[in-house]
Design a protein around this ligand. Structure first.
Ligand code: FAD
Length: 414
C-alpha cells in the first residue's frame, strides 16, 4: 500500500534540548520545521546539571526568560570532594571567558517539556508519540517513514533532516554511522532523594562531584533541585560494580556509605524514588553530517557525564547546524566539514582531554591542588562552565599539553 507523503522544509527527529533548540532557531529564521518525538512529554531523561554556556543557545532560541522564570535551582559552579578533608569549589563568576556566569539544575522531564512548549509557541510543530522507523537518503530530498501512536505509517519528505534523537541514535543506526567510543564502558546507578540536607558545607548552588575514597576512577554526582530533592548517582567502570549488590538500591546505598562526605550530607535522606541504571552510554559516529542531514547532541557523540557537558554540546551543535542551514537555504556556500564538524569537535576534544584526565587522575590532581594560581583557575573554570570553544583560553587552545604540564606541577608540589 502507498503511504501518504507529506512535504516539509526541515524535519527534526527528537524533542530533547538539542531538537527543541535547533527547531526554534530555524523557525525564528522563518523556516517550516516539523519535530517528530517518540515519547509523550514530560518523560524522564538523565542530564540534570547544566553549564552556563548552554544559556547562550537558550537565549538564541528565544527561551531564556521562560527558563529564568521557571523556578529552577540556580547553579553557580561545581564543588569537588574527596574523603572528609578535601573540598574545592569552582565559581563560574570567576571565569576567564566573557559569558554567562550562572545556570540551572533541572529535572529534565519538566525542563525538556518547557523548551519544547516554547518552541511550539514560536510556531514549531511537534508531533508526540510518533517514531521515525526508516529513512531514504538516496533520493534528491530525504524521505522519513513515521509510525503514529496507533501503528499507522506515513512518510515525510524534506530538504534537510536534523537528527536529535539522543540515545535513540536514529540516523547513526539507519545509515551505518556508528563507531565505538574511545572511552571505557562505564555504568551509572542513580535516583532522586528527598535530601533533607542540614550540612552547612553543602552548597545547593553547585553540583557536588565526589571522588570515591578508594577508587579514584569512581565518582558520585549530587545535583540539588529547588524543591528539596537531589539527584544522586555513582559512576564507574563495569568491573568496579562486581563486589556490590546487583539490586540498584542496595548498590547505590553501599557506594554512598563508603564516601564520608556523602554519608554525612545524606544522613537524613528519604530514598523514596525509583532507582535507575545506564550502562555503556558513551557513543561516537563516523561523521557528523552527510547529504541533507546532520547529527545533533547525543545522536552524534556522547563523551561522559562527569563535567555535565552533554546538554551544552548538544545545544551548541543545534545552534551551529541551524545557522549553517540558514546560509545553505539562502544559497550561500556551506562547508559542513570545516564549519560544523571541525568547529564542534574543537570543544568536544577539549572536554575529552579533561574527561580522560579525570579518570586517569591528572585532572583530579589539578582540581584538588590548593595552590593553583588564580588566573589558571579562572581558565579551568571557563571550561567547566562550558566555554570549551574559546581558543583565547590557553587551556582550550593547548588543552593536552597544558593539562599535562599543570598536573605535573601540582603532583610535584603535593
Ligand atoms: P535526548 O535528551 O536524549 O532527547 C532525544 C529525544 O529523541 C528523546 O526525547 C527521544 O524520545 C527522541 N527519540 C529517540 N528516538 C526517536 C525516534 N526513533 N523517533 C522520534 N523521536 C525519537 N548532560 C548534562 O548536560 N548534564 C548532566 O548533568 C548530565 N548527566 C548525565 C549523566 C549520565 C549518567 C548520562 C548517561 C548522561 C548525562 N548527561 C548530562 C548527558 C545528557 O543526558 C545528554 O547529553 C542530553 O540529554 C542530550 O540531549 P539530546 O537532546 O541530544 O537528546
Amino acid at each position: 500500500m502507498e503511504l501518504t507523503l507529506e512535504q516539509r522544509k526541515v524535519v527534526v527527529i527528537g524533542a530533547g534540548p538539542s531538537g527543541s533548540i535547533a527547531a526554534a532557531i530555524l523557525k525564528r529564521k522563518g523556516y517550516d520545521v516539523l519535530v517528530i518525538e517518540k515519547q509523550q512529554f514530560p518523560r524522564f531523561c538523565i542530564g540534570e546539571s547544566l553549564l552556563s554556556h548552554c544559556l547562550d543557545f537558550i537565549e538564541e532560541a528565544g527561551m531564556l526568560e521562560a527558563v529564568q522564570q521557571a523556578g529552577y535551582q540556580v547553579k553557580h559552579g561545581a564543588a569537588f570532594g574527596w574523603g572528609d578533608d578535601r573540598y574545592v569549589e569552582i565559581d563560574f563568576r570567576d571565569q576567564f571567558t566573557q559569558g554567562k556566569t550562572s545556570t540551572f539544575q533541572v529535572k529534565r522531564g519538566e525542563f525538556d517539556k518547557l523548551l519544547a512548549d516554547e518552541a511550539e509557541k514560536q510556531g514549531v510543530e511537534i508531533r508526540y508519540q510518533e517514531e521515525i522507523m526508516d529513512g531514504d537518503f538516496n533520493q534528491q530530498r530525504p524521505v522519513l517513514t513515521v509510525k503514529k501512536h496507533n501503528g499507522e505509517l506515513y512518510q515525510v519528505q524534506s530538504d534537510f533532516v536534523l537528527d536529535a534523537s539522543g540515545y535513540g541514535r536514529v540516523l547513526p543506526r539507519l545509515l551505518d554511522l556508528e563507531t565505538p567510543s574511545s572511552l571505557a564502558v562505564r555504568k551509572a546507578v542513580f535516583t532522586h532523594v528527598v535530601d533533607r540536607i542540614d550540612d552547612p558545607q553543602f552548597n545547593r548552588e553547585k553540583i557536588l562531584i565526589t571522588t570515591h575514597p578508594t577508587y579514584r576512577d569512581v565518582w558520585f554526582w549530587s545535583i540539588p533541585f529547588s524543591d528539596g530533592v537531589t539527584s544522586l548517582g555513582v559512576v564507574g567502570e563495569l568491573d568496579r560494580f562486581k563486589n556490590y549488590p546487583e539490586a540498584l538500591e542496595a548498590c547505590l546505598k553501599q557506594f554512598v556509605n563508603e564516601a564520608p562526605n556523602l554519608r554525612r550530607i545524606f544522613k537524613n535522606a528519604q530514598w523514596s524514588n525509583p532507582f535507575r541504571t545506564l550502562v555503556g552510554y558513551s557513543a561516537n559516529v563516523k561523521k557528523l553530517y552527510g547529504k541533507n542531514f546532520a547529527l545533533l547532541g547525543n545522536a552524534a557523540e556522547f563523551l561522559d557525564p562527569v563535567f555535565s557537558s552533554g546538554v551544552t554540546i548538544g545545544m551548541r551543535s543545534s545552534s551551529m547546524a541551524a545557522n549553517l542551514l540558514d546560509q545553505q537555504f539562502k544559497g550561500q556556500a556551506v562547508n559542513w566539514e570545516q564549519d560544523f564538524s571541525e568547529q564542534l569537535k574543537l570543544g568536544v576534544e577539549t572536554f575529552r582531554t579533561y574527561v580522560e584526565g579525570w579518570y586517569d587522575g591528572r585532572f583530579q590532581d589539578v582540581i584538588y591542588y590548593k595552590n593553583t594560581q588564580f588566573e589558571i583557575r579562572r581558565m579551568i573554570c571557563s571550561i567547566l562552565a562550558g566555554y570549551a570553544w574559546d581558543t583565547k583560553n590557553p587551556y582550550v587552545a593547548e588543552h593536552k599539553r597544558r593539562l599535562n604540564v599543570l598536573a605535573e606541577i601540582c603532583r610535584a608540589d603535593s
